[in-house]
Design a protein around this ligand. Structure first.
Ligand SMILES: N=C(N)NCCCC(=O)O
Ligand SMILES: [Zn+2]
Ligand SMILES: [Zn+2]
Length: 321
């Protein structure tokens, strides 16, 4: 683990919920310190309030602030992974990367630059979207540090389509671009939770040609969540792994606040089981995208997204407790 960080050599964790109630005070992720409150960090949680790549309902630009608000209940100990994610590593809230809402290519550059700055020192980043377009600059930044990576992609959608209205950089196309750019290891990546109508049967052929395998959502009935985790682990092995979670992988009953809902999705419990089943893999970063709070109810989606970020942070812990 990288040497720490705080002037007294101590990790700064969450605001103590027994001193300041969880519903009080500023909304940093999990009530963690801001970037400027530490001298160095191991993991940056960073918002990317960008939704200019969506094909249907907008509003994911408000995802980062909603997910921070939905993270207030997260506690220091994660019993499912037996880790203290905010004590074993210095996690900070790095705020939001400001990016141009009117120029997608400019925004991609700003996001990549912002993530490179946060990870330049060997630190990791977990990005809160924003729409799924932002996974492309995140993969570019990760590739610059690690070379070709394996992608574990949770989503109802493949996101390997070619263009929309002639536009190559959208929330339905990031992983085709990533494969074309050589950012991904061939035959090491997987989509999990795929379902719903496609444009053409060739969508599946294209996807396979780009080196992905698919765990269709319907396969959960057969394999179970643990079986799915095993299949994914066997696929990525010891490659550096980037985990991208589109919150629409959850059934709309579990996560209604998103832009392109598809019925028949994963339950929250299934998603948590698969994520926890990735423990021990060489995870180098990730994102949780597509939370669109205007369509949410009772913070169902933002709490789910915040919990997924928490599980990814737990996976990043350098050592078990
Ligand atoms: N939600 C994401 N990332 N992609 C959905 C693309 C579906 C479509 O409009 O065809
Ligand atoms: Zn999706
Ligand atoms: Zn997606």
């Amino acid at each position: 683990m990288r040497p720490n960080v705080h002037p007294e050599g101590r990790v700064i964790g969450q605001v103590d919920a027994l001193e300041v109630p969880r519903f009080a005070g500023p909304s940093t992720f999990a009530r963690l310190p801001r970037l400027d409150q530490v001298t160095a960090h191991d993991v940056a949680v960073v918002g990317v309030p960008f939704d200019s790549g969506v094909s249907y309902r907008p509003g994911a630009r408000f995802g980062p602030s909603a997910v921070r608000q939905g993270s207030r209940l997260l506690k220091p100990y994660n019993p499912a992974q037996d880790v203290m994610p905010f004590a074993a590593q210095q996690v900070v809230d790095a705020g939001d990367i400001a990016c141009n809402p009117f120029d997608i290519s400019a925004a991609l550059g700003q996001i990549e630059t912002g993530l490179r700055e946060l990870t330049g020192d060997g630190a990791k980043a977990v990005t809160i979207g924003g729409d799924h377009t932002i996974a492309l600059p995140a993969l570019r930044a990760a590739h610059a540090l690690h070379g070709p990576i394996a992608l574990i992609h949770f989503d109802a959608h493949l996101d390997t389509w070619d263009t929309y209205f002639g536009e190559p950089y959208t929330h339905g196309t990031p992983f085709r671009r990533a494969a074309e750019e050589g950012l991904l290891l061939r035959d090491a990546s997987a989509h999990v939770g795929i379902r719903g109508p496609l444009y053409d049967p060739r969508d599946l052929e294209d996807d396979a040609r780009f080196g992905f395998t698919i765990v269709h959502c319907a396969e959960f009935d057969l394999l179970g969540a643990r079986g799915v985790a095993e299949r994914v682990r066997a696929r990525v092995q010891d490659a550096p792994v980037y985990v991208s979670v589109d919150i629409d992988v959850l059934d709309p009953a579990h996560a209604p606040g998103t832009g392109t809902p598809e019925i028949g999705g994963m339950t929250g419990r299934e998603l948590l089981t698969v994520l926890r089943g990735l423990s021990g893999l060489n995870i180098i970063g990730g994102d949780v995208v597509e939370t669109s709070p205007a369509y949410d109810h009772a913070e169902l989606t933002s709490v789910a997204a915040a919990t997924v970020v928490y599980e990814i942070l737990s996976l990043l812990c350098p050592t078990p407790r």
